[in-house]
Design a protein around this ligand. Structure first.
Ligand SMILES: [Zn+2]
Ligand SMILES: [Zn+2]
Length: 323
């Protein structure tokens, strides 16, 4: 029988484990979840203790008369999802949840000491996808931190760096289920990462000034590189890609402007000489290469947050971006 996450009468039982020997009675609505104590014990230290020899909950468990365990403080919907994961009922595990629900699941997995058991399922919930709101992203990143998901933590923080232009300070006032010092460390490293990417963008734009090639030989009589460099600088001004323009838009918006920027065109009065190396320019190819490299870069490193370090490259599980 398929389980349901919708509201159900408190007297009915959601059979997560048919013939389970325990019924968890969860939340103020007293939702009843029938589960198997041995499965819960395997996945969760919390339940291993609860159903162990030292507590009454673990005594005289039988499938013929499942014991009810009251859990009034917990979120029934969250615990139902966790029990479905632990019991391998993947058809009943949602592929996407809201950032608030993702954080609730992470906090509960931490409380019930079953972070490892929910790790694979959680990769689906921790994708930033279309989430753009900084508070929602903050909840997702907190969930990734609690679940120790290195990749998700990097991907979500990269999203925060690319798509947010205002201060990250608003995160300090949110209840993210994390120690305050962790939140401040994340805020600091987000600012540091965004600052690094701003510098990288300016470097990228400067590099473009020589993509027509340089004058190494005296054979050129048309001033090829100088003329192209001047035209390129003019192109940056026309496209509002001057350093002072960048403070007002997000990094992803700057990258998009660079992506669609055309090649510089030289004035009508200029005529190219016959020097053989001055025939083609590399603007488009080099621009694509640099943007692709930047898009593949990482966000904030979870191990640096945990160790209270700043990009020290010590035993970190993700590759640090070169400066
Ligand atoms: Zn020339
Ligand atoms: Zn690191």
């Amino acid at each position: 029988m398929a389980t349901q996450n919708s509201d159900i009468p408190s007297t009915s039982v959601v059979e997560i484990a048919t013939n389970g020997d325990v019924i968890l009675v969860v939340g103020p609505e007293e939702k009843r979840l029938q589960v198997c104590s041995s499965v819960l014990k395997n996945a969760s230290k919390y339940f291993k203790n609860m159903f162990g020899p030292h507590f009454s909950e673990g005594q005289d468990l039988t499938t013929s008369s499942p014991k009810e365990i009251p859990m009034p403080e917990d979120d029934a919907n969250v615990l139902e999802i966790i029990c479905n994961i632990i019991h391998l009922r993947n058809d009943d595990v949602p592929e996407a949840v809201s950032p608030t629900k993702a954080l609730g699941l992470a906090v509960a997995a931490d409380k019930f000491e079953c972070v490892v058991a929910v790790k694979h399922a959680s990769t689906l919930w921790l994708k930033p996808r279309e989430v753009q709101d900084i508070t929602e992203l903050g909840r997702l990143v907190a969930a990734a931190y609690i679940l120790d998901s290195t990749r998700a933590f990097s991907d979500i923080t990269l999203c925060m760096v690319l798509h947010h232009k205002d201060s990250y300070l608003s995160l300090a006032g949110e209840d993210l289920g994390l120690d305050e010092s962790v939140v401040w460390h994340v805020i600091y490293l987000l600012e540091e990462r965004r600052s690094q990417m701003h510098v990288a963008l300016q470097h990228m734009l400067l590099d473009g000034s020589t993509d027509a090639g340089s004058d190494y030989e005296p054979q050129c009589t048309c001033g090829w590189s100088g003329q192209h460099c001047l035209a390129y600088i003019g192109l940056l001004r026309t496209n509002n890609l001057w350093p002072s323009n960048m403070a007002d838009i997000t990094i992803s918006q700057v990258m998009e402007k660079i992506n669609v920027m055309g090649d510089p065109t030289l004035g009508n009065g200029w005529a190219q000489c016959g020097y053989r190396w001055h025939r083609t320019t590399e603007y488009g190819r080099m621009r694509k290469y640099r943007l692709d490299s930047m898009q593949r870069s990482n966000g904030v490193c979870i191990d640096c947050v945990r160790s209270r370090a700043t990009a020290t490259k010590r035993n970190c599980r993700i590759k640090h971006n070169s400066k």
